[in-house]
Write a protein that binds this ligand. Structure first.
Ligand SMILES: [Fe+2]
Ligand SMILES: [Fe+2]
Length: 224
């Protein structure tokens, strides 16, 4: 029986564990290894080459945003891992066990871990560069800014482009990556009426990661 504190029952150990699970993962987690292992386990042809290329272009060290969620070294990898974990949780809650196939799990892992691949930038240029103030110091409020030398191709398009340099995406994975920002971004009109289970799972996992797990004092995610 839970201990009583006044009229309020102290949460059980199980409840404490559940609450703890909703917090961002420990910063000491090795996201490069976790992500690499998850991608390699899909056994998608040439995925090992893509993982190597991701390391080369700075996927595992890039920030996830300029001044919002996970705007720090390694933030992009941490966010991608969070989305993958939550996408699997959502899918397992919604999809009957006998329909949760290995193929579906592979698509969830690939779409979730690669949805922001384009935030690495392209053509040898990072999407985010340090935001250095006139004082010469890096801004605390917004440590990174968009690289003005890089074209403004939406990062979701870039994600598909970079991934398909090495691996084939299924049509559904491509759609899920392109529409991961749902009605908040450039695919909003194309997406309406054409939602798919994978796309919805990735979108809501992304929203949960950004706005619950990785939430800081700022209210909105930078949409770039
Ligand atoms: Fe995004
Ligand atoms: Fe995201």
């Amino acid at each position: 029986m839970p201990k009583k504190i006044g009229a309020i029952e102290e949460p059980t150990e199980e409840i404490k564990e559940e609450v703890k699970e909703e917090k961002a993962p420990d910063v000491t987690m090795d996201f490069q290894k976790l992500i690499s292992d998850l991608l390699l386990a899909t056994k998608r042809e040439n995925i090992d080459e893509l993982v190597k290329y991701m390391a080369e272009i700075g996927f595992f060290t890039a920030p996830c945003s300029g001044g919002n969620h996970l705007c720090k070294t390694g933030g992009l990898a941490e966010h991608s891992y969070n989305v993958c974990e939550k996408a699997r949780s959502i899918a397992k809650a919604l999809i009957p066990e006998n329909e949760y196939t290995q193929e579906l799990d592979n698509s969830i892992v690939i779409a979730a871990l690669l949805h922001e691949l384009g935030k690495c930038g392209d053509y040898g240029k990072q999407m985010y560069v340090e935001n250095i103030l006139k004082s010469g110091k890096q801004s605390d409020a917004k440590p990174y800014k968009r690289n003005s030398d890089l074209s403004a191709v939406p990062h979701a398009i870039r994600s598909v482009k970079i991934a398909t340099l090495y691996i084939d995406l299924t049509e559904d994975e491509e759609w899920a990556i392109l529409c991961h920002d749902g009605l908040y971004d450039f695919m909003k009109y194309e997406m309406q009426g054409h939602e798919t289970p994978l796309q919805l799972i990735i979108h809501w996992a992304d929203m949960w990661a950004c706005h619950v797990l990785e939430k800081d004092d700022k209210e909105s995610e930078e949409k770039e």
